[in-house]
Design a protein around this ligand. Structure first.
Ligand SMILES: Cc1cc2nc3c(=O)[nH]c(=O)nc-3n(C[C@H](O)[C@H](O)[C@H](O)COP(=O)(O)OP(=O)(O)OC[C@H]3O[C@@H](n4cnc5c(N)ncnc54)[C@H](O)[C@@H]3O)c2cc1C
Length: 461
């Protein structure tokens, strides 16, 4: 048995992948072939792109090549918040891109959340979809000031409507004694991400798209057409979509322009046993809202359909050399287990049943990008930990780009935007860790200020 003092948990695979139902295995790519569009990656981005291409141009041969299994990457491991957050936070987005683009980003994200809901309903995907909104909670005065500033900023920019909740209103929703205030965003849904991805895969197949699993693209030779090499053969394609997210770096061996675009950073999750009705009552989670806190390196948490508490975040780790296969981290699992109990003291002694994690795609200016190499290779990167809804709409945007259709989606500022280049190793590791260190330091300092006794007797840095 595992309790909050943290022994290893029994299940080290994503709960979502474990509970998504029977796996429909698909064959690997073999031989030499030709497609109109090759999509590399069978997560939300790749599946959504394939769906929109086939829905618009049924005659196209669209081939999805997935290295492992559908949703085996971030799409089958995330926390399942379909949310409006773009980039690191609103303050940083305004600082980096300006007020007008922050508004454009918000419009896109609102549309992404609506689009996700429409897709779930239109395709009749059973993915435990529920809409209760999201509260971003302040657990210390500095977070409260920053969140309130962002809320005022969002109003002054005319972003979609959110509400400021004081301490009592916040605790009315979720009863943690650590909450001081929060910002409520009604536009957030919770999904079972692996069921969503598998439902999308079925829709792609029904439209005549092809999906090959166990099919890693080992080399990409740009050109018109482009040529993709796989262990089982080659595929020649007029257009290529790289829906490889945090794993994109590996393709940089044959397409060097991809290397500086993004880096894989790992985020981790722990999951409890189902909360009994008494425990649920004790934590006071009266509506099933999703929760994030106001740290830079946030905690994100929600209830699963069977009332387990899922908590993730606390830190994000970069491993030297762009490693993207570190799916567990005992130290962070322990820290997350502590965070669950600190947030909800009534859960002391709860059993933790699952721990997993995975890489998200992060770039130097902490915001998404849809880019291209030459005229016919398109990629999406930088979705960070906020890609569930975003990638659904990005698929539609990518389909427009492949079809050469100019639309309000392809005109959004982060299509073909200039990304600040990440340096190669050995500089990449210290640079990313320096940025992470600053974010952690600020979180630590804010927290320390909260713990200082009234009268200001605390130590200073
Ligand atoms: C622990 C965790 C929690 C998260 N929580 C949230 C959340 O609550 N809300 C939110 O909005 N976002 C969240 N995210 C982020 C979100 O999951 C991602 O932004 C989104 O799933 C990205 O989808 P994708 O299709 O672009 O990438 P992925 O799902 O990562 O898919 C990429 C696919 O490409 C395949 N691939 C890579 N290289 C090759 C190759 N050479 N050949 C063939 N196939 C290849 C991989 O196997 C993988 O399946 C979270 C992420 C993680 C890891």
């Amino acid at each position: 048995m595992t309790s909050a003092d943290a022994a290893p948990v029994p299940h080290t695979r994503s709960f979502w992948l474990e509970t998504a139902g029977p796996v429909e295995a698909r064959p690997p790519w073999t031989g030499d072939g030709r497609a109109d569009v090759a999509i590399v990656g069978g997560g939300f981005t790749g599946l959504s792109t394939a769906y929109h291409l086939k829905a618009r141009e049924p005659g196209l041969r669209v081939v999805v090549l997935e290295a492992g299994t559908v949703a085996g990457g971030a799409s089958g491991r995330n926390a399942g918040f379909a949310m409006t957050l773009f980039g690191l936070d609103l303050g940083f987005t305004v600082f980096r891109f300006g007020r007008q683009r922050a508004k454009e980003a918000d419009d896109y994200m609102v549309r992404a959340v609506h689009h996700t809901r429409d897709m779930v309903h239109r395709l009749n995907i059973d993915c435990d979809y529920e809409e209760h909104g999201l509260i971003t909670v302040a657990t210390n005065p500095a977070q409260q000031r920053r969140l309130h500033h962002h809320w005022e900023l969002s109003r002054s920019l005319g972003l979609h409507e959110t509400r400021w909740l004081d301490r009592d209103q916040t605790r009315e929703l979720v009863g943690s004694p650590t909450y001081l205030a929060s910002c409520f965003d009604p536009l957030c849904a919770l999904v079972h991400p692996a069921k969503l991805a598998r439902g999308m895969a079925r829709a792609v197949l029904e439209l005549g798209g092809e999906i090959y699993e166990g099919s890693p693209v080992t080399a990409l030779h740009p050109g018109s057409p482009a040529v993709l090499e796989l262990p089982g053969g080659r595929l020649t394609a007029d257009s290529v979509v790289l829906a490889t997210n945090a794993y994109t770096w590996a393709l940089g061996r044959t397409v060097p322009r991809l290397k500086p675009v993004q880096a894989p950073m790992h985020t981790y999750i722990v999951l409890t046993e189902p909360l009994s009705p008494e425990r649920l009552e004790a934590v006071g989670w009266r509506r099933r809202v999703g929760v994030e806190d106001g740290r830079n390196l946030i905690h994100y948490y929600r209830l699963t359909p069977d009332n387990r508490l899922l908590m993730g975040g606390h830190d994000a780790l970069y491993y030297y050399g762009n490693r993207s296969d570190r799916d567990h981290h005992a130290g962070l699992a322990r820290r997350l287990q502590q965070a669950v109990v600190e947030t909800f003291p009534a859960l002391r002694g709860i059993r933790f049943t699952h721990h997993w994690g995975g890489p998200v795609s992060v770039n130097l200016d902490l915001a998404p990008v849809i880019g291209r190499v030459g005229g016919n290779i398109f990629y999406s990167a930088g979705c960070m930990g906020h890609g569930v809804a975003l990638t659904q709409l990005n698929g539609r945007t990518l389909a427009d780009l492949v079809l050469g259709v100019r639309s309000d989606l392809t005109d959004v500022f982060f299509v073909d935007r200039r990304v600040l280049p990440l340096p190669p190793e050995p500089l990449r590791f210290p640079l990313i860790n320096a940025i992470r260190g600053l974010l952690r330091l600020q979180d630590w300092w804010n927290e320390r200020a909260r713990q200082r006794p009234p009268g200001g007797a605390g130590m200073r840095l």
